[in-house]
Design a protein around this ligand. Structure first.
Ligand code: HEM
Length: 127
């Protein structure tokens, strides 16, 4: 059990006010109030995701190692174990892969199909 302060998602939402901006990134809670005016992406985006889970927004930008370093300064706690979520990124990627390549039948059978055609041609050629 870690000794970080435990938050429920409802608590993060409740503590995000006009005077304080808190959000969740990958099950960690950040209070970025002192950072708002320093954020290179502007304070509006941070205020905009205040009280919510900003993991996807944060990842979508492709924040640098520097940014990930800076954020440690604003870490105030973590989400209680029962409300943590796995990284959504991996699931989305798998969906992307599954939905890629058009028709399901062709995308699954493309390689064995090509192999079968090649094998038949080789067979016909040599017999
Ligand atoms: C504690 C959390 C955060 C920290 C420390 C942080 C830090 C930074 C830093 C250092 C940059 C400059 C570029 C880089 O080094 O990657 C940046 C850019 C940016 N950030 Fe954040 N950021 C945080 C959260 C967020 C969130 C939650 C969002 C979106 C809702 C966001 C949106 C952006 C955008 C739009 C840019 C500008 C990208 C560009 O100009 O190309 N950031 N951030």
């Amino acid at each position: 059990m870690s000794n970080q302060k435990q938050y429920t998602r409802a608590e993060v939402e409740a503590q995000n006010t006009q005077n304080a901006t808190l959000f969740v990134i990958h099950n960690k809670v950040y209070n970025v109030t002192p950072f708002l005016d320093e954020h290179p992406g502007g304070h509006e985006v941070l205020v905009g995701v205040g009280g919510t889970d900003a993991s996807e927004d944060f990842d979508d930008i492709g924040h640098s190692i520097d940014a990930r370093d800076i954020m440690k300064k604003y870490l105030v706690g973590e989400i209680v174990e029962s409300e943590r979520v796995e990284k959504a990124k991996k699931i989305v990627k798998w969906d992307d892969v599954k939905n890629d390549g058009g028709s399901g039948f062709l995308s699954i059978w493309r390689i064995p199909l090509i192999a079968a055609v090649v094998a038949s041609l080789v067979y016909l050629y040599f017999t």
